[in-house]
Design a binder for this molecule. Structure first.
Ligand SMILES: [Zn+2]
Length: 160
């Protein structure tokens, strides 16, 4: 988990630097069950989340076990977990770039859905880089299917 979050943050630091921007790393809190942030009282029911107010990524490790059980019923797997982490850092990137602004919050064309899809895209570009640089080896179609399955199961809409 720590290797993945370091890889994701290094990736974005490099990407920002190439664009002449400064990446501010998100503080990551790994916890199990409950934590306290400026956004949320922090319960395992919320899963991993990004808190723009205090620029933290909060990862409930017990959530990855819940992911394989109802109501999520995701298949799980190492890549799926990495993808979920990369998605949350995607929200941190959006926050740094100013694209996390309030807008229409419901419906398929809403800003809320666009933000989620962009975070998925950011997770995907990290994964592509991680594979091309050898951080992830032997990525299979099954791994990718597990990642997409987890993304669908933990879409913030579904959790919230
Ligand atoms: Zn999200």
């Amino acid at each position: 988990m720590v290797a993945v979050l370091n890889s994701v943050q290094h990736y974005w630091a490099d990407e920002f630097a190439e664009s002449g921007l400064k990446y501010r790393p998100a503080t990551t809190q790994l916890f199990s069950g409950r934590t306290q942030t400026a956004c949320d009282p922090g319960t395992s029911a919320t899963g991993p989340f990004n808190c723009p107010a205090d620029q933290t990524i909060d990862i409930d490790l017990s959530f990855f076990n819940q992911l394989r059980q109802p109501p999520f019923n995701a298949r799980g797997g190492d890549f799926a977990q990495a993808y979920v982490i990369a998605h949350e850092y995607g929200h941190h990137v959006q926050n740094l770039l100013g694209s996390l602004r309030p807008g229409r919050t419901s419906g398929p064309q809403s800003d809320a859905v666009r933000v989620e899809l962009q975070a998925d895209c950011y997770a995907g570009v990290w994964a592509g880089n991680a594979e091309s640089t050898g951080f992830i080896t032997s990525l299979t179609r099954a791994d990718i299917a597990e990642g997409l399955d987890a993304a669908a199961a933990v879409g913030d809409d579904r959790i919230q």
